[in-house]
Design a protein around this ligand. Structure first.
Ligand code: FAD
Length: 405
């Protein structure tokens, strides 16, 4: 009898997993279940071109709807999996439908951390930036001259700040840490982006948290900051991190540690259940980590597809990431976790790259409008090559020669 593979979560990873199963020749039934109304779509433009109004909704879709029909992938949107019966190998949906599975994949992604209602997080005019409905809901707020407070100086907050500034809004961004991008980048990269935003008129306040939002008639009108400053605002965007969607896995008794723990074969603690993308915790260089990126969602999901078909798989991510702010494209190769040394390399016209080392080993590169540094850095990291930091930082050295040394 034909096998049935069920995929819970119809986002970047879920869609990649379903497509890869067919590409690898899986002939059984595939059901891809998503609780959002839209078919699988890409999120990166939500804080970039889509927020800017430069991209139509249909351009966000990862595949046209016909694709799922052509590939005989049953796509159920607007329905959520409510629980997993591992012993019976079944999932139950909110609609009441019950599906048997031979193998199950959890690609449930993550959700934004929200501000608690006790500090005004439930006021109208306060928006997270995660989904298409989130961004559509805030579209009418983006009128020129409007005053927006952005809470959180990570990539999403900074990208939203760039869009808001470009659209003529008055932008204040608060970051509780001592500098923007503190969790993910070296001070040199933070300095680059702080200067960029300030040059576009964004008021960046670091080491400053939000104490509370204040509203009138249920709508936000003011923000009180940790230094007791009060700002009059028209709306607020919240970009203070994400939490993995692992509740289903917890309820099903799978091993969960701030995400669904999987091995290099993408298997959870139940060998019939795989997980991939933002919701999964995977082994990486002796540690258990979560990677919140398109690269990982696709690559890990494709590895999961192969593993579900019984192929020999070992997923070892080669992380890369990007961010667009104004006319700057940041490209990141590798993962800088554990670095103890950083060198910068100036490029042309204000471009710059930041190279992260642990001892003498090159770990990662942040390349700001420096595609060549990104490309060379990525190839060096993949090949396990580490040029000496003083060679890298010397702008008279042609980067490409580093590959052949
Ligand atoms: P998702 O794409 O979130 O998909 C998970 C889906 O599962 C969601 O639709 C969710 O609603 C659904 N789901 C959850 N539980 C259930 C359930 N029980 N039943 C049914 N469905 C369920 N990454 C980059 O690499 N570069 C970028 O520039 C970048 N920019 C970003 C900008 C924004 C605004 C955001 C929000 C993210 C950005 N990311 C970026 C991150 C990237 O989009 C994510 O890492 C990626 O989407 C993860 O894919 P996923 O499939 O794991 O999760």
């Amino acid at each position: 009898m034909s096998e049935h593979f069920v995929i819970v979560g119809a986002g970047q990873a879920g869609a990649a997993l379903a497509a890869k199963l067919r590409a690898l020749g899986f002939a059984g039934a595939i059901t891809l279940i998503g609780d959002e109304a839209a078919p699988p779509y890409q999120r990166p433009p939500l804080s970039k071109k889509y927020l800017l109004g430069d991209l139509e909704e249909a351009r966000l879709y990862l595949r046209p709807l016909e694709y799922y029909e052509e590939q005989d992938i049953t796509l159920l949107t607007g329905d959520a999996v409510k629980d997993i019966d591992r012993a019976g190998q079944q999932v139950r949906l909110a609609s009441g439908q019950v599906l048997d599975y031979d193998r199950l994949a959890l690609t449930t992604g993550s959700r934004p951390r929200l501000l608690p209602a006790s500090i005004g997080g439930d006021l109208a005019g306060v928006y997270p930036v995660r989904s298409l409905p989130d961004v559509d809901a805030m579209a009418s707020e983006f009128a020129s001259g409007a005053r927006v407070l952005i809470i959180g100086g990570g990539y999403i907050g900074l990208e939203a700040a760039a869009v808001a500034a470009a659209r003529g809004l008055q932008v204040t961004l608060v970051e509780l840490g001592e500098r923007i991008l503190q969790r993910v980048a070296a001070a040199e990269t933070s300095d680059f982006f702080r200067a960029l935003h300030r040059s576009h008129g964004v008021d960046i306040r670091e080491g400053t948290g939000l104490s509370r939002l204040v509203g009138e008639a249920g709508r936000v009108t003011q923000a009180v900051l940790s230094d007791e400053t009060t700002l009059d605002i028209d709306f607020a965007l919240v970009g203070v991190g994400i939490l993995p969607n692992d509740d289903l896995a917890v309820a099903a008794g799978l091993t969960v540690e701030n995400g669904i723990v999987v091995d290099a074969v993408t298997r959870s603690s139940d060998p019939l259940i795989h997980a991939a993308g933002d919701c999964a915790v995977l082994p990486y260089e002796g540690q258990n980590i979560r990677l919140e990126s398109v690269q990982n969602a696709i690559d890990q999901a494709e590895a999961a597809a192969a593993a579900m078909m019984g192929h020999d798989v070992s997923y070892a991510p080669v992380p890369w990431f990007w961010s667009d702010q104004y006319d700057v494209k940041l490209q990141i190769a590798g993962l800088n976790q554990g670095h103890d040394r950083v060198v910068t390399r100036p490029g042309d016209g204000g471009a710059q790259s930041v190279w992260y080392y642990k001892g003498t080993r090159l770990l990662a590169v942040d390349a700001m409008n420096e595609p060549r540094a990104y490309m060379v850095g990525k190839r060096l990291i993949e090949a396990g090559k580490s040029p000496a930091p003083d060679v890298v930082s010397d702008p008279s050295v042609d980067l490409k020669t580093l590959l052949s040394r």
